[in-house]
Design a binder for this molecule. Sequence first.
Ligand code: TYC
Length: 101
Amino acid sequence: MPEIISVPRTKTKLKTERPRLHKVILVNDDYTPRDFVVTVLKGEFHMSEDQAYRVMITAHRRGVCVVAVFTRDVAETKATRATEAGKANGYPLQFTTEPEE
Ligand code: TYC
């Protein structure tokens, strides 16, 4: 009987997939002052006064607003830093992250 020798095959991945992006989401609350939210958005996300105001007022009216998308690590770091900025000033301001579809 001839022995069947299986040869291990390796598959070379030709294309590197782009990492999935994650959204940073601003969550509304009843206590954080509007100006403070705008200041945090400008400082952490490099937005203009106008952009920051629009994002803040959208979250205020609709409950949440997508701030920006980043790779997972960057999104989580920015969301944590922005949430900490609120906490350090006694506000319940929340930024969360979620993967893009
Ligand atoms: N709702 C807050 C107020 O009326 C302002 C606010 C807006 C707070 C957006 C959080 O994500 C937020 N003072």
